[in-house]
Design a binder for this molecule. Structure first.
Ligand SMILES: O=C(O)CCC(=O)C(=O)O
Length: 338
């Protein structure tokens, strides 16, 4: 047994940039989230809500495109496609026996505002206290929720990336909680983390998740080609079951494989920020969330868009109820796809 085997979960988080915690959410909590994920799949299939990154990628790699609909994101998908196609180093990141097969890799964000089951977990479950402890912060803000749903036989991998580079935020105390809604293992695309990459102390350009090409205008350096040189990196992953959560730091480099199985791999990711995090305008724009605030760069995150979830104002308060029906009208700000 090495000395590192004795680390507490917060020491492990600092050391590796990621920690897997077992049986954190109750079956009923997972069930509530799964119902939201299934409704998102249905809304995509019937009304093209959210973005099918698998369809976007299939279209990307066919010279004339497939003319398929991927969804209706509020950012310039055509410009992104042009940037990837113009990148001489770009290549498909599809991992399956039959990579040409149509799959569904559904991405969505911002839905915590109208999904009470998601709000309850994000704001009122055990997670805020756990995150405040792990990040060693006197104050914890919730940032946003994302869906990463890969149905069976979805070849598209999630390109390695760092969450912080997509966020309009600056600071060290940022973390994401990856919540599996199905058993997830190497066959259906569990998460992969470059151990200790949080301590590289570097921020790389965000990418389009389906390719390594940096998002136009980010101005940050491109990540090394990790997908092409996996053996050169210390990549760790966890076989997880519903109820478990994986918490990674905002600078930890991570991605996931394609779903090469007959099973779905539905997951949500929740982001949180601690007391050192300040609002920050990053160049480039990807998925947007419905922000109403008018924070200036350098401001602490005191805005309704970023609820303070720890410490709790008083013990029995349900923050999820306070935010019921809080769908803002204005669209502003860039949000994390990771
Ligand atoms: O589920 C995935 O494939 C990616 C998730 C991710 O990037 C995240 O949770 O930050």
């Amino acid at each position: 047994m090495t000395a590192l085997a004795h680390l507490s979960y917060s020491e492990r988080f600092k050391e590796d940039g990621v920690v897997c915690l077992r049986d954190v959410l109750a079956p009923s909590e997972v069930e509530g989230l799964r119902a939201v994920a299934d409704a998102q799949i249905e809304a995509h299939l019937t009304a093209l809500k959210g973005l099918n990154l698998d369809a976007f990628a299939r279209d990307l790699w066919e010279p004339a495109g497939r003319g398929e609909s991927f969804g209706t994101p509020d950012f310039d998908l055509a410009a992104l496609r042009r940037a990837i196609r113009a990148d001489p180093e770009a290549r498909p990141l599809r991992e399956a026996e039959d990579a040409a097969k149509d799959g569904l890799f559904l991405y969505d964000t911002g839905f915590w505002r109208h999904e009470s089951a998601v709000r309850s977990i994000a704001l009122d479950s055990r997670l805020p206290e756990l995150l405040a402890d792990i990040l060693d912060t006197s104050r914890l803000h919730f940032w946003d929720a994302e869906a990463f749903i890969k149905l069976a036989h979805t070849a598209q991998r999630t390109a390695f990336h760092q969450d912080l580079s997509y966020m309009q935020a600056k600071g060290q105390k940022c973390a994401s909680v990856w919540i599996p809604l199905d058993v997830a293992d190497s066959a259906n695309g569990t998460m992969q983390y470059v151990r200790g990459s949080n301590r590289w102390n570097r921020l790389f350009a965000p990418n389009a998740l389906v390719a390594q090409t940096p998002l136009p205008a980010s101005g940050l350096p491109k990540l090394p080609d990790i997908e092409g040189n996996m053996a050169d990196f210390d990549i760790i992953s966890f076989d997880v079951k519903p109820g478990d959560v994986i918490i990674h730091e905002g600078r930890t480099v991570h991605g996931s494989g394609g779903n090469n199985s007959h099973r779905p791999r539905r997951a949500f990711s929740l982001q949180y920020c601690g007391d050192d995090v300040r609002y920050h305008k990053r160049a480039g724009r990807f998925f947007s969330s419905r922000m109403t605030h008018s924070l200036l760069p350098g401001d602490a995150l005191f805005a309704k868009d970023y609820p303070v979830v720890w410490p709790r104002p008083w013990p029995q308060l349900l923050l999820a109820d306070l935010y019921a029906g809080a769908e803002p009208k204005a669209l502003e700000g860039t949000q994390s796809p990771a």
